[in-house]
Design a protein around this ligand. Sequence first.
Ligand code: 3HC
Length: 282
Amino acid sequence: MELKRIGVVGAGTMGNGISQAFAVAGVEVVMTDVAQAPLERGSAAIASSLERLVKKDKLSAADKAAALARIRGATDLAAVKDCELVIEAATENLPLKLKVFAELDRLAAPNAVIATNTSSISISRLAAATQRPERVIGMHFFNPVAVMALVELIRGLQTSQETYALAEAAARRVGKTPVQVRNSPGFVVNRLLCPMINEAVFALAEGLASAGEIDEAMKLGANHPIGPLALCDLIGLDVELAVMQVLFEGFKDSKYRPAPLLVEMVEAGFLGRKTGRGFFKY
Ligand code: 3HC
């Protein structure tokens, strides 16, 4: 079945990236957020990312305009009512996601699939907050969505094969490679990546090296495209902390304890690129 219209909940970094990917692939997108201001910021981010692709000759100006025209912003969640697939990309916070899932269950078409871009929360738990647990799945995209080729597809205990097939087709439609992952804290990528970033924060706090030196060492010594602290700034320190907390609570293993400096920086509001300051200044 050809996907015609999807809904995306949240116009933040991941929500606007996902909206852009589907719009470029020819799918109508309803992008929702709680207020007009985040919707406008999300639309501006999409326009600038598309412009980057035009400048690199990866997209024509006409395709950029067509993609932008396929995205409709809405502050009312009910706008997703005609979507076959709704991808939730709200803030990484369990009570909030449980609330959004209950609302989506009420507002989305009865046969629509509700996917979540959660980076760490249990899919089985979110599915259980709905009356359609078999139609809930994890579709975990990576930042920046326009560039990163992977989508982790996470089945909850309740997820049906039909739902999996729809999510797999959707991931392929936007040119991504799906990898099937069991529902477990942090799935695969964040289970490995976030503890490495957290360890870099410990190293920084211990004065092992400066932020710039830690990043330089990992770029040159491990061939990473950007260093772990710059990557943390890209992901968002709050998101990194949320993942570490889920790993720590999920496995009850002290090796996942969040670095105190990470906690303090989040408390200070130094969340990385999105606030202009993290381990580096922007
Ligand atoms: N939109 C469109 N194109 C973009 C873009 C965007 N938002 N961001 C980067 N690009 C393109 C650039 O135009 C450039 O294109 P080119 O190859 O044709 O020249 C290419 O990507 C590389 O960008 P830059 O030259 O500006 O800079 P870098 O070479 O440093 O690449 C990067 C930037 C792609 C972000 C690279 O540093 C990278 O791959 N970093 C690692 C990213 C990563 O690990 N992401 C996963 C985070 S974990 C996550 O998301 C999970 C979550 O749950 C926590």
